[in-house]
Design a protein around this ligand. Structure first.
Ligand code: PMP
Length: 392
């Protein structure tokens, strides 16, 4: 393995070569059923033909001009996002972390331009993940991501999801700026928040003028069987939302969506991104959006999710010494293990199955939204072989 790369990753011993749909091919000829898909970025699987042609067509025209000019693909995608969500305006960056940063900055600036600069408190939740940039790690609910990187930024605080009394008291503080929450926690282990909880937090924010930020970087863009995860709950809408991963269909794209009210402070010169919303990224994301937002795709997510979760539940019932729970929403599925999830990922790989890890000792599945029932069945066969192998 190369010594020239910063040692921040624990890379699996697989030299990847090419991907097609649900399948990933290694340089040594091994073929894997890929339920990780670039950690939920390839929402339509590897190298979807519509995305390949959008990218190649744009590649011969124009790559990059920065945001000093109007970019038609950007305006078109912003229109698609706003027409299909609560949002009035969109800011494009290149990653989930950047989308989160933009939302956090917009929230503080909103209060600042409205005469309340003391409203700086950002409330997050245990088990959440919002990215690796400075504000994002401070907002995340896993202290290990901050280890050695202190001092922490002021104004960030985490709560247990179940501690509604403390959450309520915090949101009522005169210094409250915003709440940031994943409607379905991804890295935390495919943990879906319930409707009543989200409704209550929305109400508290409304009562106090605190802004509500949804981080749908992982659970958005069709992942749960609706375009955005919170759309399962009518009327529970955020003021700001971070989206990325599947938004770019595998190409680096992030977006911060905002209501006109929440975007009030974001005027010319206060924020920016050189690469954000570049023509190449917008061409791929625009093509991906049309397929992801199609009812046929969302219906497939719901159908294959039900099919996969039923089969996984049967499997778990047969292996109570190995796994205890199947959870998540749509095609963000977690299986909570008794045995070590990291070891299980390695054994699964030996059985031709790629699965991710997750909090609370889960293994996580984030397959293509176009996964078929047959591919889901094959995944369960390979997972069963994996479970059986750990018993011997
Ligand atoms: N928010 C959530 C919910 C995520 O799952 C992730 C990435 N796993 C991020 C933010 C950060 O995204 P990125 O790695 O693209 O910066």
């Amino acid at each position: 393995m190369s010594n020239e790369l910063m040692a921040v990753y624990n890379r699996a011993p697989v030299e990847v070569e090419r991907g097609e749909g649900a399948w990933l091919h290694a340089a040594d000829g091994r073929v894997f059923l890929d339920l990780v898909q670039g950690i939920a970025t390839n929402g339509l699987g590897h190298t979807h033909p519509a995305l390949v042609s959008a990218l190649t067509a744009q590649a011969g025209k124009l790559w990059h001009v920065s945001n000093i000019f109007r970019i038609p693909g950007q305006e078109e995608l912003a229109r698609k996002l706003t027409q299909n969500s609560f949002a009035d305006v969109v800011f494009f960056g290149n990653s989930g972390s950047e989308a989160v940063e933009c939302a956090l900055k917009a929230a503080r600036r909103y209060h600042s331009v409205n005469g309340a600069p003391e409203r700086i408190d950002i409330f997050g939740f245990a088990g959440s993940f919002h990215g690796r940039t400075y504000a994002a790690v401070n907002a995340s609910g896993n202290p290990s991501y901050l280890d050695g990187f202190g001092p922490c930024l002021p104004g960030y605080e985490q709560f247990l999801v179940d501690d509604m009394d403390a959450i309520e008291a915090a949101i009522h503080r005169p210094t409250a700026a915003a709440v940031i929450v994943e409607p379905v926690q991804g890295e935390g282990g495919a943990r879906a928040l319930d409707e009543a909880w989200l409704r209550r937090v929305r109400e508290l924010c409304d009562e106090t003028g605190t802004l509500l930020i949804f981080d749908e970087v992982q659970c958005g863009m069709g992942r749960t069987g609706k375009l955005f995860a919170h759309q399962w709950f009518e009327g529970v809408e955020p003021d700001l939302m971070a989206v990325a991963k599947a938004l770019g269909g595998g190409f680096p794209v992030g977006a911060c969506l905002a209501s006109a009210k929440a975007a009030q402070g974001m005027i010319v010169g206060v924020h920016g991104s050189t690469f954000g919303g570049n023509p190449l990224a917008m061409a791929v994301a625009g093509a991906a959006f049309d397929i992801i937002a199609a009812e046929e795709t969302l219906a497939n997510v719901r159908d294959v999710s039900a099919h996969l979760k039923a089969a996984l539940s049967e499997l778990v019932a047969r292996y109570p010494d190995i796994a205890v729970d199947v959870r998540g929403k749509g095609l963000l599925v977690g299986v909570k293990l008794v045995t070590n999830n990291r070891e299980m990922m390695a054994i699964a790989r030996d059985h031709g199955l790629l699965i991710a890890g997750g909090g609370e000792n889960c293994v996580r599945m984030l397959p293509s939204l176009l996964l078929t029932r047959e591919e889901a069945d094959e995944a369960v066969v390979r997972l069963e072989a994996t479970f059986a192998a750990t018993r011997t």
